[in-house]
Design a protein around this ligand. Structure first.
Ligand SMILES: [Ca+2]
Ligand SMILES: [Ca+2]
Length: 157
């Protein structure tokens, strides 16, 4: 009995599928259906600039510049995080995260990037490495998920 009901449900779904396929193919003269392109969040640059300094440390501002590399796509909301460590191969500690509401790539508009900044203090004589990761919560399904991390080091002298 249950199997019969499942069969009826499957048949119904197939009928809907065929109906929508027919609706697409009757669009004579229209453009062929295009596959929706996925967006691609890219970290364009990570910069570390000294904004002030004391006898013992530099106060730095880390600037993360984000782009969407794929034309005619939107990312929707996602987050970027910034982490740091104070020696090579040491574990990273999260400094902060920031939200981005949307990254549009519209070729008819000027190139659009979004910048997020984080402030930190580096003791004199230390080299800190900063690692930015875009979409670290995997909110956006992208054409390329392997280009979302960028690293930049800073030495306080
Ligand atoms: Ca990406
Ligand atoms: Ca992603």
């Amino acid at each position: 009995m249950k199997t019969m009901r499942n069969l009826i449900v499957v048949a119904g779904l197939l009928a809907v599928l065929f109906a929508s396929a027919a609706a697409v193919s009757t669009g004579a003269g229209e453009k062929p259906p295009t596959v929706a392109m996925k967006p691609d969040i890219v970290i364009n640059d990570v910069k570390v600039d000294r904004i002030s300094s004391t006898a013992t440390a530099d106060n730095v501002r880390i600037t993360v510049i984000l782009l969407n590399a794929n034309p005619i796509t939107n990312t929707g909301p996602f987050k970027v995080k910034l982490e740091w460590n104070d020696k090579p191969f040491a574990a990273f500690t999260q400094l902060g995260s920031a939200g981005v509401p949307n990254l549009v790539n519209d070729p008819s508009m000027a190139a659009m990037s979004i910048t997020r900044t984080f402030d930190h203090t580096v003791p004199k004589g230390k080299t800190f490495t900063y690692r930015a990761t875009a979409d670290f919560m995997n909110q956006v399904d992208e054409a390329n998920e392997s280009n979302n991390v960028e690293i930049e080091a800073y030495t306080a002298r």
